[in-house]
Ligand binder design. Structure first.
Ligand code: DGT
Ligand code: MG
Length: 242
């Protein structure tokens, strides 16, 4: 079996520079190729902060984040970017064509690859409907596309990079439930060997995850499958009922 794409957080504690108290405490989990790990928790629980440590937007103050067994602070950023794609909570589009936004500097990606990525991300039909297709212009900050379209373009951008690891930070929240379900089914079909970590608000987005981490106040308070957590986790039950 190939090792590529194993993510491990080992006793990770993290505080923002200059802040007194940590926003993440003693986080440990492993995500393997082929698995989907979901992270759920209330606003401010630390979900975005947790994801940010793998591509080294920040470094932990204690513990280690490892990619394929190597601490990420021993890898250079270009190497991490090649293997890990983060779709941020506020996905960013820049002024330029849809093709430019999807390639994001990866000039070797063919139009066919862009369309394939759009198909998986459920974004092909709205791009096809535009007069200029892939050459349609996006305004600075993506103000001329809807929130859901922007999310789908940013998911497609991640797919174009063909990473080993996908980090989705609340990437499905602006989609209706049916599109969300279609997108994740398509994603599962095309990313069978990838490691997928999903932060979500909506329970239906994560019920199929191999493992769900329940984050509360910077700590993993419970973990398990949806069925297990329904039995064992009061915090999870509260989220389900909210
Ligand atoms: P969300 O997206 O509203 O569901 O919340 P999370 O779970 O993604 O929370 P997160 O990781 O954005 O924030 C966790 C804590 O860290 C929260 O108390 C706010 C604080 N925080 C977030 N970003 C920054 C930052 O850039 N600087 C500082 N000093 N604190 C931050
Ligand atoms: Mg967040």
């Amino acid at each position: 079996a190939s090792l590529a794409g194993v993510v491990e957080y080992r006793n990770v504690t993290f505080a923002y520079p200059g802040a007194e108290s940590p926003v993440l405490s003693n986080i440990s989990f492993t995500a393997r190729p082929g698995q989907t790990i979901a992270i759920i928790g209330s606003t401010g629980a630390g979900k975005t902060s947790l994801l940010s440590l793998l591509p080294r937007l920040y470094d932990p103050v204690e513990g280690q984040v490892l990619l394929d067994g190597v601490p990420v602070d021993q890898l250079d950023r270009a190497e991490i970017t090649k293997r890990v794609a983060l779709v941020p909570q506020r996905p960013y589009l820049f002024s330029g064509t849809i093709a430019h936004n999807l390639r994001f500097g990866r000039t070797e990606a063919t139009d066919q690859e862009l369309w394939n990525a759009l198909r998986v991300a459920q974004g092909d039909s709205f791009v096809r409907e535009k007069t200029n297709g892939l050459d349609s212009r996006i305004a600075q900050g993506g103000t001329n596309v809807s929130g859901g379209q922007r999310q789908r373009l940013c998911i497609a951008r991640a797919l174009v990079t063909k990473p080993r690891v996908y980090l989705f930070d609340d990437s499905f929240s602006a989609l209706d439930v049916a599109t969300d379900a279609r997108l994740r089914a398509a994603l599962k079909d095309t990313t069978t060997d990838a490691t997928v970590i999903i932060v979500a608000q909506r329970i239906s987005t994560i019920t199929g995850a191999d493992q769900i981490l329940v984050l509360d106040n910077g700590r993993i308070v419970d973990r398990g499958t949806h069925e297990e957590l329904l039995e064992t986790s009061p915090t999870y039950q509260e989220i389900v009922e909210s």
